[in-house]
Design a protein around this ligand. Structure first.
Ligand code: HPA
Length: 235
């Protein structure tokens, strides 16, 4: 069932979806990890691939950047494609000294001051929880695979370039890191009573100004990708 934004046939999208922000990363994951990957969407360059991971159908669908883009794709995947599980896999900037670059952060909840909620239909839903079910599976899988994982609240912002460098109000609200998509994903998961969460690699630290280097970035992102794949096939 193609939508205005997705050309994939309904049967070509799996019930389990991983969403990186970047279409090229979606292709990288599909080629490296899926058996018989096939491209199922390329509309607007937002690539999606479906294939099997250890015998289970999985779709890797790029969300694009920001609440607006993630808001559209996650809505249509849940509502029109009957997707049940989505794990966002992405990067985030840390607000804390001891949440360092390369650390993996699993979002247990998300905070945003966005106007998206009001426009989409529900006023002032500032904090939304991730799927407890998905998070439990990811934490168990990380333990089994000896992958270190931190858990906490994520801040979704709409502006990447900001003049206000006072992050304390967000830290006071329990936010550990900032990115731009998780709020829209969890908003739609809640709306459609589906399961979603975000697994994030810290790419930069806004307090210490430490940044990830490109070689390590690839390796660490692979750890996150494998953890997400191994977890979603258990659902
Ligand atoms: N802001 C928003 N999104 C991000 C950042 C940031 O500093 N770092 C990684 N994703």
């Amino acid at each position: 069932m193609p939508t205005v934004h997705i050309e994939a046939k309904k049967e070509d999208v799996a019930k389990r979806v991983l969403m990186p922000g970047d279409p090229n990363r979606a292709r990288y994951i599909a080629i490296k990890y899926l058996e018989n990957p096939r491209i199922v969407n390329s509309l607007r360059g937002e690539f999606a691939f479906t294939g099997k991971y250890k015998g289970v159908d999985v779709t890797i669908f790029s969300s694009g950047m920001g609440i607006g883009s993630m808001g559209i794709y996650s809505y249509e995947l849940f509502n029109d494609y009957d997707v049940d599980y989505i794990i966002r896999i992405g990067t985030a900037g840390s607000y804390l000294d001891d949440l360092k670059v390369y650390d993996l952060l699993l979002a247990d909840s998300v905070y945003s001051k966005t106007y998206f909620d009001e426009e989409a239909g529900h006023e002032n839903v500032e904090v939304i929880n991730s799927s407890f079910d998905l998070n439990s599976t990811i934490m168990d899988t990380a333990l089994l695979k000896n992958i270190k994982l931190k858990t906490g609240r994520v801040h979704t912002t709409e502006a990447f370039y900001t003049e206000n460098k006072n992050y304390q109000p967000f830290i006071d609200l329990g936010c550990m890191a900032v990115e731009m998509e998780t709020y829209a994903l969890l908003y739609n998961a809640k709306k459609f009573m589906k399961h979603a969460t975000a697994l994030l690699t810290i790419s930069d630290n806004l307090i210490t100004h430490e940044e990830i280097d490109s070689e390590a970035r690839e390796k660490k992102l692979d750890e996150m990708i494998v953890l997400a794949l191994e977890s979603i096939i258990k659902k």
